[in-house]
Design a protein around this ligand. Sequence first.
Ligand code: 2NE
Length: 263
Amino acid sequence: MNHYTDILYEAKAGVARITINRPEKYNAFRGKTCDELIDAVQRAGWDKSIGVIVLTGAGEKAFCTGGDQSAHDGGYDGRGVIGLPVEELQGVIRDVPKPVIARVNGYAIGGGNVLVTCCDLAIAADSAQLGQVGPKVGSVDPGFGTAFLARVVGEKKAREIWFLCRRYTAHQALAMGLVNAVVPMAELDAEVDRWCQEILQLSPTAIAIAKRSFNADSDSIRGIGGLGMQALALYYGTAESHEGVAAFMEKRKPRFRPDPSDG
Ligand code: 2NE
């Protein structure tokens, strides 16, 4: 894939920077975006001149807000079980033999928060907000989005994140171990670059083995995700899920339960 439309790819001095470039959609991903991200992460991952991959979003509002709800009609618009190959994207971030750093420049919501969870490291601007919204919008990201999140932040916190759908500040995300550092937006690039330069001084093979070793311990979660996506595809066919998507697009509260006054 040579010409990306939804992302930007830049490789310089050992660092590949991959930017979701859909700021008008708060960097939400559609099917094509996921395919391009998979291609770009693979490209950087197996390029021997690259030692670190940085994943980010265009602009200062959003890192990524997950699936593009305007491209959702009982399923998303691309390939795969749910019309978005998110499980492949999450898998490839884990599979490439070098660290992937999330540069969290704003909202990391829904599938965007799952990308932060899957990246090896995350550095956030102090203006960033993170969280899951699935149960508010008729979706859920099973597998790495749930079970692996629990490995990262602990069982109770992960359940809170999914069952209440709150938004967390960058400093709260730091306290729960979801991000590694928080800096003012003006210092975000310098901080990310400092982390990249430190990594580039180290043995790439030792780092690759360490990454694979961390992954081996949690790789069974990939199977949970595969199974969960099949269930999610069925859920997307329900009125309950449709209500969540419609409510988001219509900027209103969803009604998942019958109103008691309806009798
Ligand atoms: C990001 C957030 C919290 C921002 O809220 P607010 O109130 O500051 O802004 P607003 O008005 O909600 O959003 C600003 C503009 O960005 C669009 C909105 O529609 C709006 O557009 P305009 O009205 O200005 O034209 N926008 C934001 N997020 C979008 C999205 N994901 N798709 C399409 N347009 C989007 C708030 O917007 C929010 O909570 N966004 C996330 C919504 C969401 O439902 N994400 C998908 C979750 S499910 C998922 O990601 C997923 C998965 O994890 C695994 C499998 C499949 C799906």
